[in-house]
Design a protein around this ligand. Structure first.
Ligand code: MSP
Length: 640
C-alpha cells in the first residue's frame, strides 16, 4: 500500500471573498486528505492564494489599496475562513512569496533559453476576469468572454509565447497511455478533442500592467498569471530552492499526487501544465480530478449576479459540519450540483437530523435506560445482528473504495447504507419489547452492542467531513481517545468497562418555512439609490433632502425581521419611529443616547409591518457599517 500522498487545490484568486461554490474544492480536498491520513498515509495537503495579475491590480484600485495590501488582507481573511471550516492544510502558498517569485522567474528564463518560450507579438481578445485569451471564434455575442460572459479587451502587444504546438503530440500520447490521468473520462475526452483540434502557442507575458513577476531579462514583461500560478504546486515543495526535500519526497518519489480542480480550469491543468513539465524535463506525476460547479437556480454563483452565498452565513446558522456535509454530498465527481436554501435544509433534516442524529440519540438513550449507561457485550447473535455486521463490513469496504477514487458523494451514500440499516434494525429488533422480559436480556444486550459498534464505525467513516460530529459520537461511546485507522477498521470492538457519555442532540431539526422566510427577509433589496442613479444631481435636487440631528431614545428588535431595528428618535420637540437594517451591526442598547443623522422628510413607509418615518444615515464598507454620529449639536439641529 502506498504510504504517501500529495493533494492540492487550485490556489484562489486573491481578488475577492470565497463563496460556498468555490469553497467546494478546498472542503472536498480536506475530506480527501483526512481520508488519506486515516488510511495511514503521510499526506501533504496544499492550498493557497493566486495573488498576481491584472484582475488583482484592478480590484486593488477599486478598493483604494495597493495590490500587496489587498492580497495580504484577502489571504488573511481566507486563512481565517479555512480555519473556521476545519481545513487542515499542511501548507498555504502565496504566489507573492519571495521564494515562489524567484523560482518562477528562473524557470521562465530556462524555458526561454531552451527556446520553449520565444518573443513574438500578440493581438487578441483578453478577458481580465478569467485572465484568459480567446480567439475570435471562441468569443460570445459582442465579443464577450465565452466562460464568464463579461466583455473582453482587444489587446495588441509584444509578448512571449510558450510552444504548445511542439508538445501537442507528446501530450496526446501521454494522455492515451495514462488512462486515469484525467478523471472523469468525459473531461479526458474533452481535453483530447481540444488538443486534436490544434493547439496554438500560448501567450505567456503581458506589458500593459505591472502587478506580477517580471521577466528578469526583459522586465517590462510580466509573466502570465497562469504560468506563475501553476508552478505553485512545485514551489510549495521547495522545488528550485536550496531545500527540495519535500519535492523529492512528495513529487519525485510518490505515485499519489492529486490536483483537484473545477471544470473551468481544466485546460490550464491538463494542457499547459503538463507541457511545461515536459519542457522542463520534470516528470508528470499528478492525476487530475475534475469536479463540476455548485450552481444556483440562476446559474453560477457570483457577486455581480447577487446570488453568492458565503460560508460564514451558513456556518453561523447551522454549524461547520452541516456545510461541509452539504458540499461533500452535493457534488458528484464530474457533474454539477445545486445549492438552494430549501435543498440545504431538506438534506439537513433528512440525512443529518433524521438518519444520523436519531440513530445516535435512540441508541444512547436505550443504553442508558436498559443498562444504566453501561455498554453491553454481545453473548448471543440473531440473524438481524449478523446482517447488520455484514452491512457494516460492506460499508467500510465500499466507502474506502469510493474515497480512494475521489467519489466522495458515493462514499457518503455507502456509509449511509449502514446509518439507515441500523435505524431499521432498531425497528426490526424492537429493543423495548426485548426489555420487558428477563429471558430476552441477552438478546437486548446484543442489539445495543451492535448499535453502539455501528456508531463507532460510522463515526470513523464520517470523520473526514463531519469532523466535530464524529468526535462527539466517539466521546458519547467512550472512545474519543482511540486512534482509529480506516484501513484497520472492522466490526467487533471491545466495549467492556465503557459507559456512554451524555451529549446534546447532534443536529436540531429545522423548520423549513421559518428558514425560508428568514432568507426571504434578508434578500438583498432592490438596487440602492446610489446604484440606480448613476447621473449627477444639481443643488436644487440636493436641497430637497432635509437632514436633521436626532437622538435615539429607545430601540428594539423588529418583531418580524432579524436584520432590522426599530428606533424612537427625538428630533427637536417631536419623536419619530424609524426602522433601519442595522441589527447585524448594533445591539439595540448600544444605540440608545446616540445622536445620529436622520433624513427627516422621507415619505412614511411600512417596513415588514412596522411604520417608519425617516431614515438613519450610515457609512458602510464591505462587511462593516457605522451610523453617522453628531457630537456637540442638540437633536433637531439642521444639517446642510
Ligand atoms: N486562481 C485560479 C486557480 C489557479 S491554480 C494554479 C482559480 N481560482 S478561483 O478562485 O477562481 O477558483 C478556485 C477553485 O474554485 C477552482 O477549482 C474553481 O473551479 C472552483 N470553483 C469556482 N466556482 C465554483 C463553483 N460555483 N462550484 C464549484 N467550484 C467552483 O481558478
Amino acid at each position: 500500500m502506498c504510504k504517501k500522498c500529495y493533494i492540492s487545490t487550485p490556489i484562489y484568486y486573491a481578488s475577492g471573498k470565497v463563496q460556498i461554490g468555490n469553497s467546494y474544492t478546498t472542503v472536498a480536498c480536506d475530506a480527501f486528505a483526512r481520508f488519506n491520513r486515516l488510511m495511514g498515509r503521510t499526506t501533504f495537503y496544499l492550498t493557497g492564494m493566486d495573488e498576481h495579475g491584472q484582475k488583482i491590480e484592478e480590484a486593488s484600485k477599486k478598493a483604494n489599496m495597493t495590490p500587496q495590501e489587498l492580497v495580504d488582507q484577502v489571504a488573511s481573511d481566507t486563512k481565517k475562513l479555512w480555519q473556521t471550516m476545519g481545513i487542515d492544510y499542511d501548507y498555504f502558498i502565496r504566489t507573492t512569496d519571495k521564494n515562489h517569485e524567484e523560482v518562477v522567474a528562473k524557470i521562465f528564463e530556462r524555458l526561454l533559453a531552451n527556446d520553449d518560450i520565444y518573443l513574438g507579438s500578440y493581438s487578441g481578445h483578453y478577458c481580465v476576469s478569467c485572465e484568459s485569451f480567446f480567439t475570435k471564434t471562441q468569443l460570445g455575442e459582442n465579443d464577450t468572454c465565452p466562460d464568464c460572459g463579461k466583455p473582453t479587451k482587444l489587446v495588441s502587444e509584444e509578448s512571449y509565447f510558450l510552444r504548445l504546438k511542439k508538445y501537442a503530440s507528446r501530450l496526446l500520447q501521454y494522455i492515451n497511455e495514462h488512462e486515469d490521468f484525467i478523471v472523469p473520462a468525459t473531461r479526458r475526452n474533452e481535453v483530447i478533442s481540444f488538443i486534436e483540434s490544434g493547439l496554438e502557442d500560448l501567450c505567456v507575458s503581458r506589458t500593459s500592467f505591472s502587478w506580477g513577476i517580471k521577466v528578469p531579462s526583459n522586465p517590462k514583461h510580466v509573466i502570465y498569471v497562469w504560468i506563475d500560478a501553476l508552478f505553485n504546486y512545485l514551489t510549495a515543495l521547495g522545488y528550485g530552492s536550496s531545500d527540495d526535500k519535500l519535492y523529492q519526497e512528495f513529487w519525485l518519489n510518490n505515485d499519489h499526487v492529486y490536483h483537484v480542480v473545477g471544470k473551468d480550469i481544466l485546460r490550464f491543468h491538463a494542457i499547459y501544465w503538463p507541457i511545461m513539465l515536459m519542457a522542463l524535463d520534470i516528470p508528470i506525476k499528478f492525476k487530475l480530478y475534475v469536479h463540476g460547479w455548485i450552481l444556483t437556480k440562476d446559474g453560477k454563483m457570483s457577486k455581480s449576479k447577487g446570488n453568492a452565498v458565503y460560508p460564514m452565513d451558513l456556518i453561523n446558522r447551522y454549524g461547520v459540519d452541516a456545510l461541509r456535509y452539504y458540499l461533500t454530498k452535493e457534488l458528484p465527481l464530474g457533474n454539477d450540483g445545486l445549492f438552494s436554501y430549501e435543498r440545504f435544509i431538506l438534506r439537513y433534516n433528512a440525512e443529518l437530523v433524521n438518519d444520523l442524529g436519531n440513530l445516535v440519540s435512540r441508541t444512547l438513550s436505550m443504553v442508558n435506560k436498559y443498562f444504566d449507561g453501561q455498554i453491553p457485550c454481545a453473548k448471543v447473535k440473531t440473524s438481524y445482528d449478523l446482517s447488520l455486521e455484514q452491512v457494516a463490513t460492506d460499508a467500510i469496504q465500499k466507502t474506502i473504495q469510493c474515497f480512494e477514487e475521489f467519489r466522495l458523494q458515493d462514499g457518503i451514500s455507502e456509509t449511509w447504507q449502514l446509518v439507515r440499516r441500523a435505524n431499521k434494525y432498531i425497528d426490526e429488533t424492537a429493543p423495548w419489547i426485548l426489555a420487558k422480559d428477563e429471558a430476552t436480556k441477552d438478546a437486548l444486550a446484543s442489539v445495543l452492542y451492535h448499535l453502539v459498534e455501528s456508531l463507532r464505525i460510522i463515526a470513523v467513516l464520517v470523520s473526514p467531513y463531519l469532523i466535530s460530529t464524529s468526535k462527539k459520537i466517539l466521546f458519547a461511546i467512550d472512545k474519543e481517545k482511540a486512534n482509529y485507522r480506516l484501513d484497520q477498521l472492522a466490526f467487533g470492538e471491545d466495549f467492556s468497562q465503557a459507559k456512554v457519555n451524555k451529549i446534546d442532540n447532534l443536529f436540531q431539526r429545522l423548520d423549513l418555512e421559518k428558514e425560508l422566510a428568514y432568507y426571504e427577509s434578508i434578500k438583498p433589496q432592490t438596487p440602492t439609490i446610489q446604484e440606480e442613479i448613476q447621473s449627477t444631481i444639481n443643488m436644487e435636487d440636493f436641497s430637497k433632502v432635509v437632514l436633521k440631528v436626532g437622538e435615539i431614545v429607545k430601540c428594539e428588535k423588529h418583531p418580524n425581521a432579524d436584520k432590522l431595528l426599530v428606533s424612537q428618535i427625538k428630533i427637536g420637540t417631536q419623536t419619530r419611529q424609524i426602522v433601519s437594517g442595522i441589527a447585524n451591526y448594533y445591539k439595540p442598547e448600544e444605540l440608545i443616547g446616540k445622536k445620529v443623522v436622520v433624513v427627516a422628510n422621507l415619505a412614511k413607509a411600512k417596513i415588514r409591518g412596522v411604520e417608519s418615518e425617516g431614515m438613519i444615515l450610515c457609512a458602510s464598507n464591505n462587511d462593516q457599517l457605522e451610523v453617522l454620529e453628531i457630537k456637540n449639536l442638540p437633536s433637531g439641529a439642521i444639517i446642510k
